[in-house]
Each structure stands twice: as C-alpha cells, then as structure tokens.
Design a binder for this molecule. Structure first.
Ligand SMILES: [Zn+2]
Ligand SMILES: [Zn+2]
Ligand SMILES: [Zn+2]
Ligand SMILES: [Zn+2]
Ligand SMILES: [Zn+2]
Length: 623
C-alpha cells in the first residue's frame, strides 16, 4: 500500500473482476478498508501472463496508444500444492491498491480525519490479511481502540477525476478556521445525507451533507482539482468541471472502457494455424538458428511434423503480414468475424474456435440463411481506460468517447494493458440479405427511417457529438432488437443469468465498406464455469431454436408497461435512444449489450399494440 513503506495484502479478487467490476481507478470496498486500484505504473508484472490476440492488440494500439506492446492477464500468485507460507513474497503478488478515501470516521467519538493526520494507526494481521485495518488509538470513548471506517462521501467529475470529499472547505463554506478537528454526526436512522452533519470543533461551523448533492450541490460545490488518485497525481492544467458529490460504492463512480475480439482463425492451413497459436513464442525467433534452438529446448513440440525451414518460412510470412498494424484493415474488428461465421468453414476448426453450421429452424427459412453453432470460442477483452459519472455506453462507440472523459490507466505511455480471456460457446444467426433488403425497401418504413435519423441526431447533439456520424441504420435496430429478444428467452430457458450472455451485432448495408452484413452472435462470456456447459449450443438445434424464437417473438407483442412502452419515441426525450423497449420487455444488463440499450424497438420485430405500425414488423407474416 502506498502509505506504508511495505506492501500488505488486503484481500482476494478474481482476475476477471479486475477488468469489469473492480479495475484500475475503481474503489474496492474490503471488510475494514476501502482501497483504490492503482494505475499500471504500480503493477508488478513479473507473474503476469501474456495473452496472444493480435487483432485485439492492434485495436488497443489504435484506440489507446501505439506504445502498447502486450496484453497481460493480471498477475496471480504462483500455484503451489503446499500450505502457503504466509511470510513468502509470493503471497504479495497481486493488484496494487492504496487506501482511498483517506478520510476516516471513528464510530465511537465521530472524529473525522485523514489518515495523514497521524490520528489513526494501521493494525496488520499477517495471517488474516483481510483483517488489516486502521484504529483510533487514543479514542476517548470505549475500552478498546475502535476500528475506524472510511468516510462514505467522495467527489468526482465527468472528466474521470475522483477525490476525497473537501471536508474542511465544505463545513467552513470556504475559508478554513484552521483550528479544530471535524466530526460527522448522524441524526435519525434514515442514513440520508440530510440527516448527516459535519461539524468543526474549533469554530462551531456545521453543515448538512445534503448541501453536497442535487441542486444545492450544483450551487455550493467547488471546482474539481483534477485528481487521479490511481496515478497519484493531478491533471496538468487542472479541470474546469465542478465537483459532484457521490457516495462510496456508487455505481456511477467507475465504468470500464473495454475492447474485445474473438479469436478467429485467420490462417488458411494447419501450419499457419499452429504458428498463430504459438505466436507469442515464435515472435521471438529472430533467425532460423534461434528457431532451431527453441526446438532443442522443447518449446516447439507441436511442430514435430514440420521442418525448421518450413516453420521459418511461415514465421516470416506471418511477420510481414502483421508488421503494419496501423492500417485501416485492422480498424474493423467485426468484419473478419463476420466473414468467418458466414462462411462457416469447418476445416478451420481448432481448439479455440469450433463451428457447426445447421439448418435454420422450420418456418424461418425465408428469414435466416443459416444458423451456426459456435461450440467453442475464445474472447479476449482488454481494459483501455474508464469513465466516471457518465457510462461509455452513453456514446455510440468506444472511439467516440471524448478524450476529456477518458481517464488514463497510467502516468507514462502504457506498454501493456490488462486483459482476460474467456472461453465459451455461442449461436450465430445469419439473416437472409434478400429478406432484409425487401424489408428495408418497404414504403411504410420511410417515415420511420426519417424519424430514427432525427432521433439519432438529437441525441448526439445533446452530447456535443457530430450529429451526422455513425447512424447505424434501421437494419441495426432490427438485428439488435432481435438479439435482445432472443437473449432474454435463452436466459430464461437455460438458466443462465442474463448477464452471462452477450451479443455481437454484425450489421452493414450493401453500400458500406465490406457490406452487406446482417447477423447476430449470442454467446456466453462468463469467466466462470457457466460458459462451457454446452447448454447454449444445444438450444441452437433447429427444432429447439424454432420454438425459442417463436416464444421470444411472442413475448414482444405485449409489455406490462404498454401502451406507454409501445408508444415511446426518443423524439419525446433526447436523453434516451430507444423506441418500444424498456426494462420489462427488451433491455438487457449493461454487460450484455454492446450499445447501452440504445437502438432498440420491438415494433420492428412483431406487431404490437401500436397497430398503425404493424406493417413495418419484419416477422409480421409469421404469426
Ligand atoms: Zn474515536
Ligand atoms: Zn472551524
Ligand atoms: Zn475533474
Ligand atoms: Zn416495455
Ligand atoms: Zn444490446
């Protein structure tokens, strides 16, 4: 930990958590402490494992920095069968954290002071690191020095800054009397900010915490200091935003910005595939001699069938193909995925990627070209930054998050970023281009298209984004709504928690580069065991899938919030970008949806109670 010279272990986190719920810059609540996950500069990566996924690495370089050379899975203590020696250094391998907030509250005497005041002492327990805590040694109340707790109030801003609450400024309404200690008193049992009061012992100044939130907050809170606790620094040039009061553990205090890619075969033959799989080793082979040496020390066992010369030729070919990763081609993560799924070439199946194409369900032959059971897939996901207050899902694509909002992971240019790999399974459904084109040409859809463009523009204008960029088209709204309807149905049926399913929408019109595309992938990406049960794939067999799609679509006719839900239009409110969709019918958990529950409308799937739009439903002839 930062405050003490030595590092103390304070708790356990699973590697998958580090990216999505408790990554760099987030605050983790441990039993007796609250801590900040520190930036890359503080990490010891001796025990980190490199994850090979070049398409993703190229995307990270493009969106974050070309200085990134590697994707690393967070360090884990070396495995050992023996009882761990708690005095061993390896027990301290892990994620660096530092106490935050640093203002602590004594529950007995209500003293409110920062750790730097020296009023609190660290009490460590080597054998039970989760019991590490701070105590109020000279507390006037009670027999034993009580364990102090973190103050529950913090401040943040939309530019990704987070800071200790400005306690002294706040209670004194500006100028500090400089004389007294502070106390935080609670009146009543509600725990609401209006019932909590901070008071200065020196001058008697006091103030209710409700002044830090809502409208009073906008009036009274000072300007942000531009602090990045995880980097131990302040932004050069400060910050022009106002501090916003937030509570410790508030869900809007940290949102990860992540990029992900599926490991798809880009190689055309077996040798190329093997080279790809072992690229993190082979990359280091700078000559035929080095390659031969690798083989001698037993590093290339899987290449027994191939001569050094054959292998070397393939390595060189691969190297020349990946040398220019800044090109436009690698910008598009989805196009290569679409090509692999829609071709469904089973000769490219491998341990990381296994496809079995099957027929579309009965009755859906004119809507779908094919269904592909993705029996094995691997997804690698990298953390490239984070936001506070506003979620990245509020922007259309990662590349659109304004630079001001995107908080960095490190002080220096990053040389690596944390990543995780997840193995799972999925279902790919390719829509019939002919059916989509016919639907898109419906004269009744004309008005709808116009309105959707207008809603898109308004929503973007309200966020100072270029109103004319990145309109995804009605095709996207259709595919996206279908994916959500099916995810909800499959989650109910196979007992997955809704959050363990994810979607990828492949949508491009014929005029777009690499278009047309019309397909969806629903896959499991739970880092835990759920992803490998085969349950999802078994639901993709034609008869079963047909029944599920029937039910999924049927569910879309009526929502408990109808007629309100069915009649909703984003033109009524520029803060949202969906039509007939809500938590009761079409929304998915934040982690499942690639667009933050935007661009959804069940009217495009099936007739709803808004009967005047029945004719624009894609599946209207089914029922
Ligand atoms: Zn005390
Ligand atoms: Zn005072
Ligand atoms: Zn700020
Ligand atoms: Zn609804
Ligand atoms: Zn979605």
């Amino acid at each position: 930990m930062a405050q003490a010279q030595t590092r103390n272990k304070v708790g356990e986190l699973r590697p998958s958590q580090i990216l999505f719920s408790a990554g760099i810059g987030s605050v983790i609540d441990l039993p007796n402490l609250s801590t900040m996950v520190m930036g890359l500069d503080d990490w010891d990566i001796t025990h980190a494992t490199e994850l090979g996924e070049e398409r993703l690495l190229a995307a990270v370089k493009r969106s974050l920095s070309h200085s990134v050379k590697r994707l690393l899975s967070p360090p884990l203590p070396p495995e050992s069968d023996s009882i761990p020696n708690l005095l061993d250094e390896s027990q301290r391998v892990g994620i660096p954290v530092s106490p935050f907030p640093t203002w602590m509250l004594c529950p007995n005497c209500r003293l409110l002071a920062p750790l730097q005041s020296g009023l609190f002492d660290l009490k460590t327990d080597r054998f039970r690191p989760d019991q590490n805590r701070y105590i109020h040694t000279n507390c006037p109340r009670g027999k034993f020095p009580p364990t102090v707790i973190p103050a529950r109030f913090l401040v943040a801003c939309k530019h990704g800054h987070l800071d200790d609450f400005p306690w002294r400024y706040f209670v004194h309404r500006g100028v500090d009397c400089g004389r007294g200690t502070l106390r935080l008193n609670e009146y009543g049992v509600s725990g609401s900010a209006a019932d909590i009061e901070v008071k200065c012992d020196g001058c008697g100044a006091n103030r209710r915490m409700s002044d830090a939130f809502g409208e009073p907050g906008k009036k009274f809170m000072p300007q942000c200091r531009g602090r990045h606790v995880h980097l131990r620094n302040f932004d050069e040039g400060g910050c022009d935003k106002q501090m916003v009061g937030i509570l410790l553990g508030a869900s809007n205090s940290w949102f990860p910005i992540t990029l992900s890619a599926l490991s798809i075969p880009t190689a055309v033959d077996k040798l190329a595939q093997l080279v790809e799989k072992h690229w993190t080793v082979l990359e280091k082979a700078v000559s035929l001699e080095v390659l031969a040496a690798f083989r001698l020390i037993g590093q290339l066992k899987e290449f027994a069938k191939y001569s050094d010369a054959e292998l070397w030729a393939q390595v060189q070919q691969k190297r020349s193909a990946t040398s220019d990763d800044g090109d436009e081609e690698s910008k598009d993560i989805k196009t290569p995925e679409w090509q692999v799924f829609s071709n469904a070439d089973t000769s490219l199946n491998s341990a990381d990627f296994w496809l079995t194409p099957v027929a579309p369900p009965k009755g859906y032959e004119s809507y779908f070209n094919k269904v592909v059971l993705v029996e094995r897939l691997r997804e690698v996901r990298a953390l490239v930054g984070f936001t506070r207050i506003e979620s990245p899902g509020d922007f259309v694509e990662t590349g659109e998050i304004p630079e001001d909002f995107w908080a960095p992971l490190s002080r220096q240019e990053p040389k690596w970023v944390p990543a995780t790999e997840v193995r799972g399974e999925g279902l790919f459904i390719q829509f019939s281009e002919q059916a989509i084109a016919q639907w898109e040409a419906l004269p009744q859809l004309k008005d709808y298209k116009k309105q959707s463009v207008e809603a898109h523009q308004r929503w973007r204008t309200a966020r100072s984004l270029d109103p004319n960029a990145n309109y995804p088209g009605v095709r996207y709204i259709l595919l996206h709504s279908f994916a959500h309807a099916l995810m909800r149905q499959l989650a109910i049926e196979c007992g997955y928690t809704a959050a363990s399913l994810r979607e990828r929408i492949y949508s491009k019109s014929p005029q777009d580069d690499n278009g047309p595309m019309a397909g969806i992938l629903i896959y499991t990406a739970a880092p835990d065991s759920e992803g490998t049960l085969g349950g999802l794939v078994s639901l993709g067999e034609p008869a079963t899938l047909g029944r599920h799609i029937d039910q999924a679509l049927d569910q879309m006719r009526l929502c408990v919030s109808d007629p309100l839900c069915a009649e909703h239009s984003p033109l009524q409110n520029p803060n949202v970008l969906h039509w007939a969709a809500c938590h009761a019918c079409l929304f998915s958990p934040e982690t499942s949806c690639e667009r933050g529950n935007k661009y959804l409308d069940r009217t495009l799937l099936i007739p709803t109670v808004k009967t005047e739009l029945s004719s624009i439903a894609f599946f209207k002839d089914l029922m």
